[in-house]
Design a protein around this ligand. Sequence first.
Ligand code: AMP
Length: 507
Amino acid sequence: MFIQKLYFYNKCFINLNFNFKSVSKQSAIKLCYDARTSLSDIPIELFMNSAPFSSLSLRPELLSSTKALGYESMTPVQEQTLPHLLSGKDLIAQARTGSGKTAAFAIGLINKLEAQSYFTQALVLCPTRELADQVAAEIRRLASTIPNIKLLTLCGGKPMGPQLASLQRDPHIVVGTPGRILKHLEKETLHLEAIETLVLDEADRMLDMGFYDDIMQIISMTADSKQTLLFSATYPDGIKRISDSVQNNPVDIRVEASHHSPDINQVFFQVEKSERAKILFKVIAHYRPESSLVFCNTKQQCDELANELRQHDLHALALHGDLEQFERDQVLTQFAGKSSSILIATDVAARGLDVKELAAVINFELSHDPEIHIHRIGRTARAGSKGLAVSLFTDSELRRLQAIEEYQGSTATLTNTSILKVPEKLKLYPPMVTLFVNGGRKEKVRAGDLLGALTASGEIAGEQIGKITLFDKFAYVAIEQKVAKQSLTILADGKIKGKRFRVRLLR
Ligand code: AMP
């Protein structure tokens, strides 16, 4: 018996996380209720941890991989969807990122995969390349115990050549973005007529991005008998249309966890329009989150704000739809490598962004839609850690605040900006910087080569080097601030794979 968490509303949260194996269910419950009595008047919600994966009829390889990944028991989304998924039913599920939805559909599609049959058996459509990469990684992890499974990611913004070469033999599983998948279908380099599972992940986002027609065309080229799983945070009309025309009597699952999670400390500040940027600076200086994602409603606002924060010596980067794929990769690499601690993004640009342990989400302005607000703040406090969500709003956004309160079923506690204290000697540099190396996979540069070159002389320790990200023509190396210049010299003066590369520091 395992009791994972004891949640209190009212921003008070206790994580018991005991292993109650040796304690009976009755005494475990009593313990939780005793805790409640000591904090009287607080409504309590007790979450018994859900069932283990072994309670499902899964193939043994999946039982081993979930165990190896440390997935002790199912998340609520998994517990509610997996029995239907495994019985072959179509499903429409509302689940946010961080809920374990990827593993839910991954387990569903892997469970019926035939490794000996070389045809494409499952297709997962995602809105962005980043999300497709994460989904592919989760499926690979879960399928790692089954030999010879071929999974391919097919996304736009990537050259066709290598994709065509990989498609010489049909993959078992394809994960990709609608535009590129359609291109391959038109070229007849991809065959989906026999797929058994079709997953539309973050379907509402795909519709927002204008993929409705592409999705419908892709679906028309797949088998009628397939199982269709539709995951979406919101249910706009387009989703209903897709579901009605494609799904067969789908099970509809809405998991409450898509609402405000008690793990998130939500703070609301009422501000004057003219002082919004100043207060944002104070918020960052006061809370000093190791990483924060600041949401703006427009691209222009993202750029202006990034410039303004940079004037305060804060390393902020803007992420929005006007960036080229190359610039977008660069911004995301810097943020993920901890070389920038503030990312300023629009909702569209932040889609698919998966940065683990995001310390804070800041709403520079409230979103028009309360569901988007919940989606935004759900990016902090993932996988059980606590998070901070700060929202700034002006008089003219009071209606939006009201909508959020109604949606989350609780009143927002407003905090006075006077609590925000800016330390006198403020140093908010990110711990790392990123080096850009103009050589990548095409030149056969591997992460080990870069690591080896940097540490060979013994001046720089392996621990001082962070994330190394390789692309076809270039590579990024995250490195501790204090050894940045040394690293730059070592890489620029030395050779890698017998070649000299240009190296520069990204600022
Ligand atoms: P997702 O909602 O798919 O983005 O998943 C969020 C994170 O939860 C991922 O890092 C998963 O690896 C992790 N995860 C998924 N299922 C479980 C589980 N049953 N127990 C623990 N972690 C999980």
